[in-house]
Ligand binder design. Structure first.
Ligand code: C2G
Length: 132
């Protein structure tokens, strides 16, 4: 069984997230998604609308996702790859090159981002409409 892992905040779920998760799952048979905890998001200077438990509930409901684990820090990826016997690590290509150190333990795949959509775009457009 080929196991795939990916990491992210997955806040205000949109087609960019779904496209990523679908393509990641298509690379193997079992997809693990490590969702950033609220504490780790603070380290990433990211404030999610949905808290961790909500984002976990939402992502677990996606047909491509087999398991959700918490992403608590930048250092856990190598341990996760061995703990879960991961074959392929996947991220959107805005992270191109950032995780090449994992190549000693698994395949590393950066997938093209879905253009025209992002959580920050959603937030700013909602904010703009509200102020109209
Ligand atoms: N993504 C995408 N297309 C978009 C938006 C996001 O392909 N239009 C991808 C990102 O490249 C990432 C995943 O969807 O692979 C999740 O995106 P975020 O929730 O924004 O994750 P991020 O904040 O980049 O956290 O340790 C890694 C970090 O936790 C990644």
């Amino acid at each position: 069984m080929k196991k795939v892992i990916t990491y992210g905040t997955f806040d205000l779920l949109h087609k960019g997230h779904i496209n990523l998760l679908k393509r990641a799952k298509d690379l193997g048979d079992y997809l693990i998604v490590a969702i950033s905890t609220d504490q780790f998001n603070a380290l990433k200077n990211k404030e999610a609308y949905h808290d961790y438990e909500s984002r976990k509930l939402i992502v677990e409901a996606i047909r491509y996702v087999d398991k959700v684990i918490p992403e608590k820090d930048w250092e856990q990826k190598l341990a996760d790859v061995s703990k879960y016997n991961v074959d392929i690590f996947v991220m959107g290509d805005d992270w191109e090159g950032e995780f090449d150190f994992l190549k000693e333990s698994c395949e590393v795949v950066y997938l093209p981002r879905t253009s025209g959509i992002s959580t920050s775009k959603i937030k700013s457009e909602l904010f703009k409409n509200e102020s109209l």
